[in-house]
Design a protein around this ligand. Structure first.
Ligand code: FAD
Length: 465
């Protein structure tokens, strides 16, 4: 079988399905090749299942503290089987939804491995669709990423896991080590601790959560400590001995650590296995990422690459943005390149973290004359009502010549529901809004977003609270 389309997309995760849906909405004839399940990492072993299980943890916390609200519920227990069933139901529903959307837009979905060939052709094999070659005016590669492991760590899915396995556990480890203090590692540490595991986070770098402001990291570390999550930074794990009943971690220059399970969260590698990039002449960089320019064009004319397979922040919403930009570009429109320095970050540990733009330190390093203001949730009415007062909102701005503060350069938050509160900060930073402009905005009362308003107002030199 062979067919011809305007665009063929390889990979059906957020990057791939967004390219297909957006392209089809613009009237293009699209084929999409997927070797596993539509929705990719994000839907099946990433954002959605992780956040769903974190919600189980949040419910557990609420029930555990229900007596503070006058509700007697008794000590909660967790049924991981039931929790996994709920998670899977949501994943399945969304999976069906992606399929229906693609069908509705008349995207031809092909089940199998795609490999790029000459003249913008893609050969498909090994799936339910019969072997075929599809040609197109443009090809978009969106084959994503897979978890990295560490040398000496044999993933067995029980004692030694990556995120893929942890998201399907039916039993929780009594003692767990999480290797890696990035977003995924911290979410898992938080989840496991909430559900009763004794958790140690081991991070090789001197601090956790690169990219977040120091004040946010300090407050998060303190909150983790209160919950008895041990965060050890500057610790290099050099090996692991899986005895079958426990795992012993070797730590450079330190005592070994014995746990019941270890979750390796040391990042993800771009997945280009079997994609035929070499033969086709598509360049990759030294880390195996597909090399692209600011419009996600690869070295081969007519071929784009988006999402985790390129060296940009590995986030689903970045994949969406790149997909839309690539489609606009191939349509001959003039899209603005994605502004990677100012994309939003949301981490769903407890307390949550969300940020956009410069930290105070990075703004200074970039040469800005900086002013910053931080306000804590401890005095916020809504946070007190909810019973979650750990956290702060910090606004970083450029000092202005005719007043205390000018352009807003960054907004960094830690605390309750901050992943849902970052929107205003995102708009302010990306619209290059100034402190006096944003200070005019009225925040509804009583909300947690009042803290953002307050932090901005105080940069005018006249705070309310
Ligand atoms: P993927 O989602 O990896 O999809 C690639 C697809 O391509 C896969 O379906 C794969 O089967 C297919 N494929 C690969 N090779 C071929 C081939 N040769 N032929 C056909 N098909 C192929 N991001 C966020 O923004 N927010 C979050 O909260 C968040 N949480 C996360 C939590 C975890 C535990 C993990 C692991 C990731 C999380 N991410 C989060 C990151 C997010 O999942 C990824 O950035 C996103 O999935 C990348 O999308 P993608 O389309 O580039 O790749």
């Amino acid at each position: 079988m062979s067919s011809s389309h305007d665009v063929v997309v390889v990979g059906g995760g957020p990057g791939g399905y967004a390219a297909a849906l957006y392209g089809a909405a613009a009237g293009l004839d699209i084929a999409l090749v997927e070797k596993q399940k539509l929705g990719g990492t994000c839907l099946h072993v990433g954002c959605i299942p992780a956040k769903e299980l974190l919600e189980t943890a949040a419910v557990y916390r609420t029930v555990a503290h229900a007596d503070q609200f006058g509700i007697s519920a008794g000590p909660p227990t967790v049924d991981m089987g039931a929790a996994q069933t709920r998670k899977q139901k949501i994943v399945d529903q969304l999976h069906k939804g992606v399929g229906s959307l693609l069908e509705g837009r008349k995207v031809t979905v092909l089940d199998g491995w795609g490999a790029i060939g000459p003249d913008r052709s893609v050969s498909i094999s090994g799936g339910e669709s019969e072997a075929a070659t599809v040609t197109a005016d443009h090809v978009i590669l969106a084959t994503g990423s897979v978890p990295r492991s560490l040398p000496g760590f044999e993933v067995d899915g029980e004692r030694v896991m990556t995120s893929d396995e942890l998201l399907s556990v039916s039993e929780l480890p009594g003692r767990a080590a999480v290797i890696g203090g990035g977003a995924i590692g911290l979410e898992f540490a938080s989840l496991l601790a909430d559900l009763g595991s004794e958790v140690t986070v081991l991070e090789a770098l001197p601090r956790i959560l690169m990219g977040a402001d120091d004040d946010v990291v300090k407050m998060l570390t303190r909150a983790f400590k209160k919950r008895k999550i041990q965060v050890r930074t500057g610790v290099a794990v050099s090996g692991c001995r899986n005895t079958g009943s426990s795992v012993e971690l070797e730590i450079d220059g330190g005592d070994p650590l014995e746990v019941d399970a270890v979750v390796v969260c040391v990042g993800r590698r771009p997945f280009t296995d079997g994609l035929g990039l070499d033969a086709a002449g598509v360049e990759v960089d030294e880390g195996g990422y597909v090399s692209v320019d600011q419009f996600c064009r690869t070295s081969l004319a007519g071929v784009y690459a988006v999402g985790d397979v390129v060296r940009t922040p590995q986030l689903a919403h970045v994949a969406f943005a790149e997909a839309i930009m690539a489609v606009k570009h191939l349509l001959g429109e003039s899209p603005a390149p994605v502004d990677y320095a100012n994309v939003p970050w949301a981490i769903y540990c407890h307390p949550e973290v969300a940020f956009v733009g410069h930290t105070e330190a990075s703004a200074k390093e970039a040469g800005f004359d900086v002013v910053a203001s931080a306000h804590r949730f401890i005095g916020n009415g809504r946070a007190m009502i909810v019973g979650e007062t750990d956290g702060l909102v910090k606004v970083i701005a450029e000092r202005s010549d005719d007043g205390p503060a000018g352009r807003i350069l960054g907004v960094h938050m830690v605390g309750p529901w901050v992943t849902e509160q970052l929107g205003q900060g995102y708009l302010a930073v990306n619209w290059e809004a100034t402190v006096p402009e944003v200070a005019e905005f009225v925040q509804p009362h009583p909300t947690m977003s009042e803290l953002f308003g307050e932090s901005v107002l105080s940069l005018t030199g006249r705070a309310l609270h």
